[in-house]
Design a binder for this molecule. Sequence first.
Ligand code: NCD
Ligand code: ZN
Length: 346
Amino acid sequence: MTQTLTLARPDDWHLHLRDGAMLKAVLPETTRHFARAIIMPNLVPPVVTGADARAYKARIEAALPEGAHFTPLMTLYLTEETDPEDLAAAYAAGLITAVKLYPAGATTNSASGVADFARVQPVLERMAEIGCPLCVHGEVTDRSIDIFDREAVFIDRVLDPIRRAVPGLRVIMEHITTKDGVDYVRASPENLGATLTVQHLMLDRNDMLVGGMRPHYYCLPILKRRDHRDALLAAATSGDARFFLGTDSAPHPTHAKESECCSAGCFTAPVALACLAQTFEDAGALAALEGFTSRHGPAFYGLPVNSETLTLTRSDSPVHFPAQIANGADPVTVFTPGRPIYWSAP
Ligand code: NCD
Ligand code: ZN
């Protein structure tokens, strides 16, 4: 018996598309299913000015597959040198939808991120005035803090002080991975939201580390223990509109993942919706999927819900997805959750 589930067309509120050949290779995997995505600015060099965002947006539009209906929602990479006037002009022109805060050194291509948070306070105040949201990579980078504790420590040491200093700022805690993150969002006013990834809803650190180390599960923030995953899944399936999908699909060539020093990032775009449907079904919460993938994000960003739809199909036997996508000599391995998936998206 075939079952179907029709959703308002989903959006991805945190996505890495890269540039050049990789952009061309991965973009169709997102545009097939998603109407819009918040595009991460961590290119090398990063997207720091309105002019950079305009040029990157044009490169994305030029790489769109024939007939695709897709809107890239651009972001600026916040640095200690960000010019509030340039940012405000880009926001007023509709060129950017948000600004991204990376603590310096937190993750892939974050060397230009913020080290001294006091130095960006004037920019954050300007953003609060104009209503421009801040997307936050919430991990401290202090070597003395254990990698599994970096999100919880960031909330106490960085995020909460920023939100107290600039209470009018709309903030998205991206890819939260802990119960601490979930609890902090739940206890906060409505101007704080959070995105959740597919891998953090499906996996815990045992999946990555027990019985051999699986590089394709290595991403940042790193997978946490089981009880954190359970808290994330409870939040995603709860219907609370402050939790929504940001896949953080982050392609790296397979050779860079299967290497002595594995790059951080899971490439989930091709399978994200199939995996989520399975995860929500297994949690007895399929009815909550559309809110999470298609309604809560637009509400938080003050954008309309997409009028188009996407229909997912459930088969009687597990679906086989491509193991890799082509990218010249550097194919990219597609995320596999290590359990059968019966759902698929067209
Ligand atoms: C991202 C990337 O590869 O750009 N990697 C990741 O593990 N998520 C960067 C990021 O969002 O942290
Ligand atoms: Zn990311």
